[in-house]
Design a protein around this ligand. Sequence first.
Ligand code: FES
Ligand SMILES: [Fe+2]
Length: 383
Amino acid sequence: MSAVSGRRLTPSQIASLEAIPDKEDLSIEHCAKIPAAKYIDPARFELEKERLFKKAPMLIGASFQLPRIGMYFQVKILDTPILVTRAKDGKARAFFNVCRHRGTQLCAANQSMEGSRISCPYHAWTYSLEGGLIGVPREDAFPALDKTKYGLIELPCYEGGGLIWAGLVPGAKVDFSDVSGELVDELHAMGMDEMHVYNSKTYPLKANWKLVMDTMLDKYHVLRLHRNTLAKYFDDTPEITDLIGPHIRSTSRRANRGPEALDYSFEGVRSTTVFGYALFPAGMIVASPLYVSFLILRPISVDRTDADYYMLSSGPVTDEKLQGKLKRSFELMDIAFGQEDFWAAEQCHIGLASGAVSELLVGGLEKRMEVYHDLLEKRLGLT
Ligand code: FES
Ligand SMILES: [Fe+2]
């Protein structure tokens, strides 16, 4: 039994569970419009960079990437190469992944690494995981070098609820209040802070990052685009949508849900109820009965986005039967994301970039999209 199994849902999560109405009570009448330019205009992307990505806390990783002291990984958000470490004090720290000698990237590995120090591959300047410069070969060649002034350049960083957030501008004040507090309580109740990675994959996408977010926020497509993969697990009703700060929580029934299945622990409800969190601005968590899907979107340019997908389990997967199930689930999600959701985002980008349509229509089963876009506009100072 995992340590997660005894955790109880928060009162707010329980309230959203209990608010799921009977199917016949649901009304989905709604229609809104989103201008196509938001997805294809390079000036809009620049605005998002300046007013959002460089100001808001950005999701840069998760605690499961640093399960032990002495671990580190690298990630690139926009044009910012970031090194994330867990030093002896257990704290997660973020730095520019850039050597202070001549600017080389210190770590280029695609997976988490382990070691008490990080050595630059070029001339072997060495840094502690706290960011201090601790070794310079042939130091006599740099007679006036004050090593205390040449530590790694630190970025504001916060870890909570199993997620790691950072500001992309060194020294700039970042308000982490939206990613702490209530969000952390909810993710804790789901065990996000103790999850293990079963498998992961990065998808380089030719699509605007918001089109990828839209596929995660749209319930309308589930029975249609996913007709051969996920459709059988879901029904065609809207979800209960709540805001946790700027993050959108959705609570919805799985196709098999009956009142007898209600329970107030995450382990108890996950087989019948789907909790999803659209993490602002660019991430997603969706709970399935056996695993949790976790997605970090990394915008690159107006028409390019990298999507890191992680399939998480509540504990290490040693049981062979569970391993087999997760293997099949990962293959399924690789199709559902890679060949369906992400494919749809790319197709949409091609269509919008043609200039054929000036706006998108959003119906009652896509309401979460509208909520999300309203939040974005507000954050960008456009409304
Ligand atoms: S660039 Fe890193 S040691 Fe020279
Ligand atoms: Fe989907």
